[in-house]
Design a protein. Structure first.
Length: 221
């Protein structure tokens, strides 16, 4: 008769059977804790306690706490960029494609407060870890390339004014979507929670789309 596995033996078995699932679980819990507590306030002991692994294996997979934080940051940026890639924008007019992209960004950020907190934390660190990451630079170049293509199409269709900068446009879309999440606690405390209910969020998303489209469209003579 086989003896039941004790907890440490169960963890060891999971490492051997499905290491990718173990790494995914570590990243999930680490994202939650880094977003809540920052880099300095997060402890590897707590991550290990909440996952099917150990401190030793976390260090084996990610090097150290800073290495794990960097991987969490990379995964957070990769997730939003992957969502953008899944949008079917090619069959749309440039204006409709841009509207779809703005709506996606607004909704993604609204549903991903941990991503917003990770970006805020990285800003506190003066983008120290982001600057080191080739992964983040690569995935974000793709985002700018996508906007540049929409701009090119919009100009060819005669719908967008010439000379639009895709990096500046990305900044504008991000600003409208990011502030909605990053400043929700203070804004709600000052002015009430009305804008953050379903109706308020739908209205803000629509206004964000309208503002971006108004900015890029050809001015009437």
């Amino acid at each position: 008769m086989n003896k039941p596995l004790v907890p440490n033996e169960k963890k060891k078995q999971n490492w051997k059977q499905n290491p990718e699932a173990v790494k995914s679980d570590i990243l999930r819990i680490a994202t939650e804790l880094f977003a809540a507590n920052g880099l300095s306030g997060t402890r590897i002991d707590e991550i290990a306690a909440r996952t099917e692994t150990s401190k030793r294996m976390i260090y084996y997979y990610f090097g150290d706490k800073e290495g794990l934080y960097a991987r969490v940051l990379e995964a957070a940026y990769a997730k939003v960029r992957e969502g953008e890639k899944k949008l079917n924008l090619e069959g749309l007019t440039a204006a409709d494609a841009l509207a779809e992209l703005v709506s996606f960004t607004f909704d993604h950020h609204r549903k991903s407060p941990e991503f917003i907190r990770m970006v805020m934390i990285e800003n506190i660190h003066h983008a120290q870890y982001l600057k080191r990451s080739e992964v983040i630079r690569t995935v974000n170049v793709a985002a700018i390339d996508r906007l540049a293509e929409i701009i090119r199409r919009g100009e060819a269709e005669g719908a967008f004014r010439p000379g639009l900068d895709p990096v500046a446009l990305h900044w504008q879309i991000s600003a409208l979507s990011f502030f909605n999440v990053s400043n929700r606690p203070t804004f709600s405390a000052l002015f009430g929670p009305g804008l953050f209910g379903p109706e308020g969020q739908n209205a803000l998303r629509g206004q964000a789309v309208d503002m971006i489209l108004s900015h890029v469209k050809v001015n009437d003579p």
